[in-house]
Design a protein around this ligand. Structure first.
Ligand SMILES: [Zn+2]
Length: 294
């Protein structure tokens, strides 16, 4: 009998691979296995020693970006009612100060803590299963509205009160450069591949603060510039939306360096030359928002 709140440990089912039927199944499958010594040597020939770094060529400053996401039930009752919470932080590290942290054999923990004070944390609360925001009809519509609101909000604006420095405007700059039919050649306009309500498209929207609507006269539903990310396609009404939360986090982590670069190009081009970015994840974006990577 389990303790209250105790669930079966999935790891205890590892005996399943000893089952003859499963063993036979695995015999017929291909999957990544540790390489043999021969294979290891072959892989090794693909790599070469990195050049010795010249300290003077290293960037003077580094911006490191990392995110995390959580999904939480607002109570234990059914139906499952969840909200998502995404945090993305960026820290600016001065490399000269960073190199001076080492005192003899040790690193001064107080000075490390001081260095980390130079950070910026953006939090995004998102609707998940069974949560509808400000009278929206569905979780999906709520998610779309909330995402657009977040990306346009002052918390993403590099100059407070100037929406042209918001993450959503950075998204316009990227989306307007998409290839072929989706290109607009104008960073104030972008195309959404289809209306999330009537599924007709593409639809062009502008970088303006007011509400915008689907041009289909039989639809006229509200459309949001950030619908172009297509995150809404994966939103579930009554089930966990962890995959979407993770995708949203990934998108923001990718948008942020471009966001800083856009700001520096417009305001201090010279400082861009001495800056490097670190993102703690693969540079690929998977799923419906994959176009953003290109
Ligand atoms: Zn429509």
């Amino acid at each position: 009998m389990p303790y209250q709140g105790e669930f079966a440990n999935k790891a205890s089912h590892f005996d399943i691979i000893k089952n003859p039927e499963v063993a036979q199944f695995l015999e017929d499958c291909d999957y990544l296995k540790p390489p043999s010594e021969e294979e290891g040597k072959a892989i090794n020939t693909l790599f070469k020693e990195p050049p010795t770094s010249n300290e003077n060529n290293l960037p003077e400053r580094v911006i490191a970006i990392d995110g995390s996401n959580y999904t939480s039930n607002i109570n234990e009752r059914l139906p499952s009612t969840q909200i998502g919470y995404v945090k993305v932080s960026s820290v600016l590290i001065d490399m000269a100060k960073f190199r001076s942290l080492r005192v003899g054999r040790f690193v001064d923990p107080f000075r490390v803590a001081e260095l980390q004070n130079n950070n910026d944390l953006i939090t995004f609360t998102l609707p998940s299963a069974n949560i509808r925001w400000k009278g929206k009809a569905t979780v999906r519509d709520s998610f779309r509205a909330v995402v657009d609101n977040h990306l346009y909000s002052t918390k993403t604006q590099l100059t407070q009160g100037d929406p042209a420095t918001s993450l959503r405007t950075t998204l316009f700059h990227l989306a307007s450069r998409r290839p072929r039919d989706m290109r607009t050649e104008d960073p104030h306009r972008l195309k959404i591949h289809k209306c999330p309500t009537c599924k007709q498209g593409p639809i062009e929207v502008q970088d303006i603060p007011g509400a915008q609507y689907c041009p289909n006269p039989y639809c006229k539903a509200e459309v949001y510039p950030s619908d172009c990310l297509r995150l809404w396609e994966e939103v579930n009404e009554h089930q966990s939306n962890e995959a979407v939360m993770s995708r949203f986090m990934q998108v923001v982590e990718h948008l942020l360096p471009i966001h800083y670069i856009r700001y520096l190009v417009e305001n201090s081009l010279i400082s861009l030359g001495s800056l490097a970015f670190f993102i703690d994840r693969p540079l690929a974006i998977f799923g419906t928002a994959a176009w953003l990577h290109a």
